[in-house]
Write a protein that binds this ligand. Sequence first.
Ligand code: PEP
Ligand code: MG
Length: 567
Amino acid sequence: MTERRLEGVGATPTVGVGTARWYRPEDVTTLEEPPDPQTVSATAERERFEAAQNEAAAELEAERERTRERVGDDEAKVFDAHLQFLCDPQIEAGVEEGLGDGLPAPHAVYAAFEGPIVQFEGMDGMMAERADDLRDIRDRLLRLLTDTARSDIGALSDDSVVLAAVLTPSDTAQLDPEAVAGIATITGGRTAHAAIIARSLGIPAVVGIGEDLEAIDDGTEVVVDGEAGVVIADPTASTRTHAENPTQAAVIDEAVTTADGTELEVAANLGTPAEAARAVEQGADGVGLFRSEFLFQDRTAPPDETEQYEAYVSVCETFSTHTAEPRVVVRTLDIGGDKPIEYLELDPETNGFLGVRGIRLSLDEHAEFFETQLRALLQVAATDAGAGLAVMFPLVSTVEELEAAVRTVDSIAEDLDREGLEYAIPELGVMIETPASTYLADAFAERVDFVSIGTNDLTQYIQSAQRDLERMSEYQDPLSPAVLRAIDRTVRAAHEGGAWVGMCGEMAGDPELTELLVGLGIDELSMSAVTIPAVKRTICETDTADAKMLAESVLAVDTLEEVENLL
Ligand code: PEP
Ligand code: MG
């Protein structure tokens, strides 16, 4: 049997070997023709529906608990949203209407969900995710009503590699990281929620492989190489041995310097407080990006001040058992673009990538969220554990926006003072994610303590290539000369203005680019916890003078190909 290699997008940069197990939830939506309405008892069918609804609620509650234990409180909240949809009055009225027309319970359920699903599907990417939720709940009810056996993704035998068309965030959260050797999916992207959960569980994952994945049968031996973004079926003995003995870099607990003594902070990107412990285990010096929007997603209402306070304090506390005054950079709410929040019902037209997203929402439509968040953050900054807290504003593109954000911080401080509450003003910073911000980095640096380069969005905007469009992938390389020149300009300008410079886009976590980033003069690199050991090791082996020479030569060429050749 010859080895077969399938390319996709590496979502968790680790390698796993196991046996392919297709996850194909049974199609429960193909129902038989309904019987003559005269023969159907509406009362009996209503009881059947209510029993299925209760059972579905019990399943969702159990899944919520399991997710809470395995992944964290915030990820578990997706199930609260599903529980609400399950008893949604509009859906219940639709089921009642079907029963009234003499349909059996499964047909009435199918009909009741159809309208809302079609409505959301017709909207576009952001709202279409809501349709996925509704489909998920409908199928759960249909499975229970038709007594269809459940494909239990959480109970796979050890060393399974899960193959699937697509995994939802809830599917992924059910996976047991001890048993699952890897994940490979036909669709999906690196920044999708399911991929982010896989990364936080440390499960090797390759997504977006395409239909070719179908050629791998159940029981085939498979290597999932999330680092190279390939899935290898029927590996040769040498591929297998190589995969089973990955050269994992050893964890370096302390802060590192280059071989010649230049200090560089290596921090973690977090989506939820539950990920903080894993980041500490991997040797993170602190947190360079806490994506606070995850606290707001997959639920029906925003977290209040107390809930946010507890979430931020808990991250600071986890890190302070490891480092004195750890720096924890919390990014204020960054929604819009590809990050929807269901209960806000943002208009996809006006809140798209070039619309009202990031700080723009916080200064305008959702100023109340920004204020609540800042109240929580300023109070955390006054605690012992929170002494190293820093607050960062997303997607800033004008000095006016930055000044308005800083004024809001000051006015929140005045409010807290008036109320007699303890607070402190944390370090403040700005994300560099737009072309405008790279030109204004000097002006920003005069007004805040730090900037952090978000290469995911910066690449999208500099290259004019939407970050979630697979067809644009050749433009989405942060090594493109235009992006590298924008980074170089930013670092120089921010340093001249007296600010330190971090990088928290995916580029920061690639050990093969560490030397270049040292040469470009970045002060802090923030990344998914799994890549911290390798990046720290590379920093220790890097000589700053050599790194600067590499950066200079890379900045002197005009094409991506030449950059790649130099690296
Ligand atoms: C970025 O844009 O590089 C970034 C870190 O922010 P996000 O990926 O959350 O948009
Ligand atoms: Mg961004």
